[in-house]
Design a protein around this ligand. Sequence first.
Ligand SMILES: NC(=O)c1ccc[n+]([C@@H]2O[C@H](COP(=O)([O-])OP(=O)(O)OC[C@H]3O[C@@H](n4cnc5c(N)ncnc54)[C@H](OP(=O)(O)O)[C@@H]3O)[C@@H](O)[C@H]2O)c1
Length: 325
Amino acid sequence: MSTITWGILGSAAIARICVIPAIQASRNGRVHAIASRSIDRAQELAAEHNIPHAYDDYEAVLADPAIDAVYIPLPNHLHHPWTLRALAAGKHVLCEKPLALNAAEAQAMADAAQAAQRLLMEGFMYRFHPRSQHIKQLIKAGDIGHLRLIKTAFTFNLSDPDNSRYRPEMGGGALMDTGCYGVSLARWLLDAEPIAVQAQAIYSDSGVDLTFVGTMHFEGGTLAVAEASLVSALQQTYTIVGSEGVIELPHDAFIPWEKEAVFTRRDVEAESGTLHRLPGADEYRLMAEHFADAVLGHTPLAFDPAESVRNMRVMDALAQAAAER
Ligand SMILES: NC(=O)c1ccc[n+]([C@@H]2O[C@H](COP(=O)([O-])OP(=O)(O)OC[C@H]3O[C@@H](n4cnc5c(N)ncnc54)[C@H](OP(=O)(O)O)[C@@H]3O)[C@@H](O)[C@H]2O)c1
């Protein structure tokens, strides 16, 4: 077997714009069915993306024996229940970030995947972009020396008051939505877990964090700062400061689309850096292809659910630190 069949739960923007086209363009996957709470929406998307089956019920995707893997781009509070159902139905699951509402839910999902002998991966697509891989290799090779600071800013101004990101009961908030990238990036680059965290947040009347700043302290003398906001001008940047140099992504740090991907590298004493350019790539397609390869048994899964549990543990600690200040 050289391809897998996918089912999609819901008509999320991320599925419509990025992940369905990515799977359809992948070398080893095809979308077999999409379900929406509205059959009209499901049929419309099926027609638009050349998907053979449209259902009005997510359960119908899980019951379809032709489907190997399910992509779950539902609001955050639905990641845990629908992942458990999909795994129980024998499907492999690629679930959107953040994997769950907290580490306890994520652990239950990891346990369910193991019990079902099915794969589960969180959709942190940025790790599959060749630029991310290249930067990680530079760091591991000591190109900028000992890492001192990792500064991430992922902020935007979300005008839709009904969006799930503004709803605490749906797992909303800036930390959950974009702060999770800053946590993931620091842990991924360092291959380590923070030993202490601190955080501050500005909350909405409904109780979601609108703006969040978290700091993470890693053994060996590295600090990481993650900025996230739902009510601020766009920033999608990160800066990695080492003892011997700096790597900076001035824009599109996590979602460069298929544009040329750039970063700058600056030497220890230099005021300005050299711009490096990498060809564009579809990180969603690369993620979907990797997941399909793993389902087919061609490669081990690059990021197992235990990795996501550890990410959620740090997010839990950051959320608690902000709430307790
Ligand atoms: N990796 C990335 O680049 C990226 C980017 C954006 C978002 N995300 C993640 O993807 C997930 C979806 O985000 P999104 O902004 O794309 O979602 P969205 O456009 O708001 O769509 C969510 C979908 O979930 C379904 N749904 C089921 N129950 C719902 C409920 N009670 N309320 C609202 N929708 C419900 C709806 O589909 P039907 O009505 O058709 O069933 C809806 O279209 C989130 O976990 C988010 O963190 C990831």
